[in-house]
Design a protein around this ligand. Structure first.
Ligand SMILES: Cc1cc2nc3c(=O)[nH]c(=O)nc-3n(C[C@H](O)[C@H](O)[C@H](O)COP(=O)(O)O)c2cc1C
Length: 318
């Protein structure tokens, strides 16, 4: 099974991508990157680009074919595995400008943008949602992607209006796989290795996309591999969790400077989620911006858990 770290704006920095790769993710998406930003030399957009040695997929958003053509000249140096067109982002600021999910209203434009990228010699995919409530046209958009030369469509099984509400619907991914001569990625509510296996069994998709389920839980990729090969997913120990957390924090600071402590907070909260007596210590940690003090609190908290674990109080995996 091919496992993919799904694109997440504000989450998939280089540190997190590399962590997920080290845990067994086959492919890692960047955050969505603005083609306008790349064309206009925006520093932030350039910082989001991957290194050539990563197994990275670059996701672009925008709607101007000329900009996509120029952006593909820029990203070629990063040697991405492929390039993905964002046709699913529901954020109002993005949609209002005619980007992201707004593209699902214009399959002709989707085709044109895919054609533009493909004409530059890049393998292309399109990531979309089921559609808008009143027009759930994922099949039509997938046809447009295929006609434009895409080799893969991935689908987050929710409508644009749904945001993240309700349960993800994997049926459209199953239909795409059954009816279309194109590779399919399934996305939505993959929070455990068994979710990944269930999604693959149900849809017969070619790739499974993990998003929120990897935050604070990057070993999900290793667990998916273990289950795929018939084993039981290894339970992560408190010691491993602490070591991964601390290395993640260090790498985050290396990437972002001292601001890395702030960007790490969303991961920190997720690493602690569901752990015994974690609420008060989490509140404390989330207010800290000094590396040494934070590491001390992390060590003290986990030392207690580790000694309990050694004493035989094994905690189930989350
Ligand atoms: C914080 C966050 C940022 C996201 N950013 C993007 C993005 O930049 N591009 C995109 O195509 N999808 C984005 N997504 C959607 C995810 O890739 C994924 O399709 C969605 O979260 C459903 O998967 P999940 O239920 O496993 O989280 C984002 C999701 C989250 C939670």
């Amino acid at each position: 099974m091919i496992t993919v770290l799904s694109p997440m704006a504000g989450v998939n920095d280089k540190t997190f991508r590399n962590l997920c790769l080290s845990m067994g993710a086959d492919m890692v998406f960047t955050e969505m990157i603005s083609v306008n930003g790349l064309v206009n030399g925006n520093k932030k957009s350039f910082e989001m680009l991957p290194d050539s040695e990563e197994n990275a997929v670059i996701q672009l958003f925008g709607n101007n074919p000329e900009y996509f053509a120029r952006a593909s000249d820029v990203i070629r140096n990063c040697r991405p595995k492929w390039v993905d067109l964002n046709a699913g982002c529901p954020v109002p600021k993005v949609v209002k400008n005619g980007y992201g999910a707004a593209l699902m209203r214009s399959p002709t434009l989707v085709r044109k943008l895919v054609e533009t990228l493909a004409s530059k010699g890049l393998p292309v995919s399109v990531k979309m949602r089921i559609g808008w409530e009143k027009e759930q046209n994922f099949m039509e958009v997938a046809h447009a992607a295929l006609d434009g030369g895409a080799f893969l469509v991935s689908i987050h099984g929710r409508t644009v209006e749904q945001g993240y509400a309700g349960k993800a619907n994997w049926e459209p991914a199953r239909m795409l796989k059954e009816k279309m001569p194109i590779k399919v990625g399934v996305s939505g509510d993959i929070f455990s290795a068994s979710d990944a296996l269930n999604a693959m069994t149900f849809t017969n998709a070619d790739m499974v996309f993990v998003a929120r389920g990897a935050i604070g839980n990057p070993w999900i990729f290793r667990q998916i591999k273990e289950m795929t090969f018939g084993g039981k997913p290894t339970v992560i120990t408190f010691k491993e969790r602490r070591d991964i957390l601390k290395q993640h924090l260090l790498n985050s600071i290396e990437e972002h400077g001292i601001h890395g402590i702030i960007t790490f907070r969303k991961f920190l909260a997720a690493y602690l989620k569901g752990l015994p007596s974690s609420h008060a210590v989490k509140v404390k940690m989330l207010q800290m911006s000094d590396f040494n003090s934070l590491t001390e609190v992390v060590n003290a908290y986990f030392d207690k858990l580790i000694s309990c674990e050694r004493g035989g109080v094994e905690r189930g995996n989350t």
